[in-house]
Design a protein around this ligand. Structure first.
Ligand SMILES: [Zn+2]
Length: 388
């Protein structure tokens, strides 16, 4: 079984003989005498492409055998032509080599090891076994990019057991068979089975996107090369749109948003004061009533109901109050308050009778009713009579 991707990760087409093919859950599973399809492993996803006219859906390695999952069967013994989806593979190579450089630099500078590596659809995540600040990560990023711009050769070797004993490299663990070492001068030396670029310049750029605490260490998200450029394009579009929406230059967006939030807060305060005056003048028009009072005030924001309720309580309009806003078509938001009656049980009954939702404390409940106002009013006074 010849692994073409190990010796030459740049070979995008190859001919091979089908040694086995059988149906499997996802389609058909074929084995070849040689392959350039990289099987998922070491954090790098499987290659895609075509094989003898069939689509390659997945490639996995099991017990030293490489299994190609296909959408249709191949004839055993037949000679087939394979074509690798090069754009996808090259993107994986840029990401994988870039990750080695960044991990190698972080290991050397800060002493933390890469303990998890995953290439996702959105971004690549790398987990380190110690705390890192954003500034330290940016420092490592700058150094990684300097290594990339020097266009250094990436060397893949299989050192002897004796050489390995004295070699300082990452991912050192006991494995059977030859150990594949990927060496990037000035940056990294690591045991790895993945596909890598020939020279660091091909990576283009390394960019970290985020950093969070994770399992006693940190998880950093990053992108390289083509994927970093795509991300930059998306973010540039987003920033241009934000810049136009906020009428602010791209470099001062945060400042513009801060100002907007401040203005918004001032407006909220002004509005609360106006509502307070509205509620007080509405309360004046409500005569002193009995123990229970239900009123509906259309066109109030549901968030203001609580304040209206409080205002009416302060002015002692009733022992038990129900305030609603809304209309018969779309339903009503409500707030009920009382200082003498525990509202939880009557609230439950009202919700059942009026297709409602909501709850709260013994003194105040809030929610929605889906029933006409007349029915809400009737039910409320049935449970909470106006006169006792
Ligand atoms: Zn690797």
């Amino acid at each position: 079984m010849e692994r073409i991707f190990d010796a030459d990760p740049y070979q995008t087409e190859f001919d091979a003989r089908v040694t086995a093919c059988r149906p499997c859950k996802a389609g058909f599973e074929a084995e070849l005498d040689r392959t350039a399809f990289y099987p998922e492993g070491g954090g790098q996803p499987a290659d895609a492409g075509s094989l003898g006219g069939a689509r390659v859906l997945d490639v996995q390695e099991r017990g030293g055998r490489i299994l190609h999952t296909l959408d249709r069967p191949l004839e055993e013994g037949a000679c087939v032509h394979g074509i690798i989806d090069w754009e996808r593979r090259f993107s994986h190579m840029q990401l994988h080599s870039g990750e080695h450089i960044a991990s190698g630099i972080i290991c050397r500078r800060f002493g933390y090891h890469n303990v998890g590596f995953h290439m996702g659809h959105e971004e690549v995540t790398v987990d380190f076994d110690g705390p890192l600040t954003w500034e330290q990560l940016m420092e490592a990023e700058r150094e990684a990019n300097r290594v990339i711009w020097q266009d250094l050769p990436v060397r893949v070797t299989y050192p002897s057991r004796r050489e390995l004993e004295t070699l300082d490299y990452r991912s050192k663990k006991e494995i059977d068979g030859p150990v594949r070492i990927v060496e990037i001068p000035q940056a990294d030396c690591c045991a790895c089975c993945g596909t890598h670029v020939r020279r660091t310049g091909e990576i283009g750029a390394v960019k970290f996107l985020s950093l969070m605490n994770y399992k006693g260490g940190v998880r950093a998200a990053m992108l390289c090369g083509m994927r970093a450029l795509e991300d930059y394009e998306r973010k540039t579009d987003e920033i241009l749109e934000l810049s136009s929406l906020l009428s602010a230059p791209a470099a001062r967006l945060a400042q513009a948003v801060r100002r907007l939030k401040e203005e918004n807060g001032q407006k909220d305060m002004a509005m609360a004061a106006l509502y307070r005056r509205l509620f007080e003048s509405l309360a004046e028009r409500i005569p002193e009533s009995g123990p229970a009072l239900a009123i509906c005030e259309p066109d109030l924001p549901p968030t203001q109901l609580r304040f209206f309720c409080n205002c009416l309580m302060e002015k002692q309009k009733a022992d038990l109050l129900l305030v609603c806003t809304g209309d018969d078509q779309t339903g009503y938001s409500y707030c009920a308050a009382s200082r003498s009656v525990d509202l939880r049980a009557p609230g439950k009954i009202l919700n059942e009778k009026l297709d409602g939702r909501g709850g709260g404390s013994s003194q105040m409940i809030q929610g929605t009713f889906h029933a006409p106002w007349e029915k809400i009013r009737r039910c409320f006074y049935e449970i909470c009579p106006e006169e006792t």
